[in-house]
Design a binder for this molecule. Structure first.
Ligand code: HEM
Length: 366
């Protein structure tokens, strides 16, 4: 019988100077973000600024899940509409030719019950934010602050702004490379594989009802499984170095239907699966990702002008916008509570947009 670690409120451990470090991270991100605003005269996200496709889909919770994974949102076999925003990780708008971490933000609609953030407690949505890498290389706020301070130092120099745009927040691994703290594996300059074949991860832990887990989403139907690791055609890249990721998503969904599977990796051992260090990959041989739900996307237009504006300027995705049963855990998660709020409110304020949580999937423009 597997020993799943039970969730308790004291499973998280406050770090020394945590509040101070968090404030420094968030202030620094906000300063760099203001430079980006000046560059574009439009406010963009502090991270994951560029969207590549906005999809309407369905999250189908599996029937007959065993008790340990039938938790929180996954308690009953229901189907929910979702909005998914694919992005790349920079806090700037750069050509797609730079291979950087990719994001998959999921907004589940129709979720009843009080939500964690007081200002959104009545919303009927719940967000999951995932990136196509199993861990966050700067897995603690201390490491994150060091990387962020280096980014800001470079951003202070006007002439470096362009370069910074390329290097800032391009996935922390790349950030470290950019500031000389890690090997640059040279993947930066090579376009990555097909974006629809990637597997996406929460990177760090969250509460999973009575337990603790990391979450992932991986290709399930054969057509997207076949895209995993698949090189993008040179001609498609050459045709549009700026926006070929947008193009390959749009052309897939002209006629394609895709299925992905959501899984939960439950913590079974706090030593090898720590909560306070997001850079540790939880060993799958000790605890595999267990299937909990299916995501289905039918043919649709994934990047209409109205959809892009709605997803980029109106919507916000926030890991703390969730049922209390899915609260993010660990110091690298806790700093996100303030960071997302700051980024989102600045963006909405500067673009004179009201922040809205959808009540229904019909609010997503076609
Ligand atoms: C721990 C793993 C992390 C994951 C999986 C993750 C994932 C994501 C994703 C997918 C988005 C795009 C959301 C969208 O489409 O609107 C995003 C945005 C963002 N991320 Fe993260 N992220 C992580 C860590 C962090 C950390 C440590 C910080 C800062 C301390 C951070 C700051 C931000 C900010 C400020 C935004 C933009 C929010 C907005 O303006 O709405 N992220 N992240």
């Amino acid at each position: 019988m597997t020993n799943y670690i039970p969730y308790s409120d004291n499973i998280e451990v406050q770090q020394s100077d945590e509040q101070q470090i968090n404030n420094k991270i968030v202030e620094s991100m906000a300063r760099v973000n203001r430079l980006m605003y000046e560059k574009h005269r439009h406010a963009i996200r502090d991270a994951h600024a560029k969207s590549h496709g906005i999809l309407k889909g369905e999250l189908q919770i599996y029937d007959n899940l065993p008790e340990h994974i039938a938790q929180g949102l996954f308690k009953s076999p229901r189907s929910y509409p979702v909005i998914v925003r694919f992005s790349t990780a920079q806090g700037s708008i750069m050509p797609d030719k730079m291979s950087v971490f990719r994001g998959m933000a999921i907004k589940v609609i129709g979720v009843e019950g009080e939500k964690l953030l007081p200002e959104l407690s009545d919303a009927v949505t719940q967000d999951f934010l995932l990136v196509n890498y199993p861990i966050i290389p700067t897995g603690t706020i201390k490491e994150y602050l060091a990387a962020q301070e280096n980014i800001e130092k470079m951003a202070d120099s006007g002439e470096l702004l362009q370069q910074i745009g390329q290097k800032a927040a391009v996935g922390v691994q790349k950030v470290l490379a950019a500031v000389g703290l890690a090997d640059d594996t040279n993947q930066l300059s090579a376009p990555g594989p097909h974006i629809l074949g990637d597997t996406y991860f929460s990177m760090a832990a969250l509460r999973y009802g009575d337990y603790v887990a990391k979450i992932n989403v991986k290709p399930l139907s054969e057509n997207v499984k076949a895209l995993a690791g698949q090189k993008i055609d040179d001609q498609i890249i050459d045709n549009d170095e700026h926006a070929f990721l947008t193009e390959i998503i749009a052309s897939f969904f002209q006629s394609g239907t895709a299925e992905y599977e959501m899984g939960a990796q439950l913590c079974t051992d706090l030593d090898s699966m720590p909560i306070e260090d997001g850079s540790v990959q939880w060993p799958e041989e000790k605890s595999p990702y267990q299937p909990v739900a299916k995501l289905v996307f039918h043919p649709q237009e994934t990047f209409s002008a109205a959809r892009r504006v709605y997803a980029d300027d109106v919507l916000s995705f926030n890991p703390f916008h969730c049922l209390p049963e899915h609260r993010p855990l660990g110091n690298i998660m806790r700093v996100r509570r303030l960071a997302y709020e700051r980024s989102s409110s600045y963006r909405h304020h500067m673009n004179a947009q009201e922040r809205g949580e959808p009540q229904s999937i019909d609010e997503l423009p076609e």
